[in-house]
Design a protein around this ligand. Structure first.
Ligand code: DGL
Length: 273
């Protein structure tokens, strides 16, 4: 059965791109809940409800393993789904997120131990990154900074515009003013790699910009190696199928910007999720 990859909309495609580059042999089923995106400004309960519906929809289509390729969904829904819902739905299935694998690798990257997180208002309000770092006990300081204008800029095809320059500079200046010792900026939203060149341009030269896609892909490869009981349920045909809750034409036209290749999606009606 395919590996399920879920995002509120397009952003998860930046993660899927790295996963497919790392693990091209598997089949994937991508679901973007574009009709209800963005999730980043929604409440905890709503993000949880929508994410659980999406996970169930991917399970019903055969996925045994689902990756929440969305920081907002990982922040607000993953733990409840893993702890409260999976045991009832099917304890043999797995749902993984993107925050834990990202946080795990940060001690190898930072020298000052001062991390900056750029993310949606929802991910920032959840403090999930701060809590995961705290659990690791590596003595790191994190500044969590909301960038509410970046997702709309990207989705409205304004990522290369002077307007994007303004808002990238504004948020980078803002986070660096809060903690000038930051030496690593984490792109804690799966949309943000689309802005990476601009973010590099406005960040101080000594600051590293960390996009999580290839790290999530490595972590998935490691997970599959350690869990043969899940790995053997993953189909290996190299196929990718795309589902969107919005119009497929609309999805396909923007999806190629995120995935770097043509996309042909089908509609999944929210009522049938
Ligand atoms: N892809 C989402 C994330 O990584 C952001 C987009 C949204 O707000 O829905 O947080």
């Amino acid at each position: 059965m395919p590996i399920g990859v879920f995002d509120s909309g397009y952003g998860g495609l930046t993660i899927l791109k790295d996963i497919v580059a790392r693990l091209p042999e598997y089949d994937y089923l991508y679901l973007g809940d574009n009709a209800r995106a963005p999730y980043g400004t929604r409440s905890f309960d709503v993000v949880y409800d929508f994410t659980l519906q999406a996970v169930k929809a991917l399970f019903e289509r055969g996925c045994h393993l689902v990756i929440l390729a969305c920081n907002t969904a990982s922040a607000k829904a993953l733990r409840s789904i893993q702890q409260n819902d999976l045991p009832d739905i099917d304890p043999s299935r797995r749902v993984l997120g993107v925050i834990r694998p990202t946080v795990e690798v940060l001690p190898e990257i930072t020298k000052t131990k001062h991390i900056g997180l750029l993310a949606t208002p929802g991910t920032v309000a959840s403090h999930s990154y701060a809590m995961e770092l705290e659990k690791m006990g590596a003595g790191m300081v994190i500044t969590e900074y909301a960038c509410p204008m970046w997702v709309p800029l990207i989705e409205n095809r304004e990522a290369d515009s002077p307007g994007a320059d303004y808002f990238v500079k504004k948020y980078i200046d803002g986070i660096m003013a809060e903690d000038p010792e930051i030496d690593t900026l984490v792109l804690g939203c799966t949309h943000y790699p689309i802005l990476i060149e601009k973010i590099k341009q406005f960040a101080p030269d000594n600051v590293k910009i960390f996009a999580q896609g290839s790290r999530v892909a490595d972590s998935l490869a490691d997970y599959l190696r350690r869990h043969p009981e899940i790995e053997e349920k993953c189909m290996k045909g190299g196929n990718i199928e795309f589902l969107t809750t919005e119009s497929p034409d609309k999805f396909d036209s923007l999806a190629s910007m995120f995935l770097g290749r043509e996309v042909k999606s089908s509609r999944l009606l929210i009522e049938t999720m």
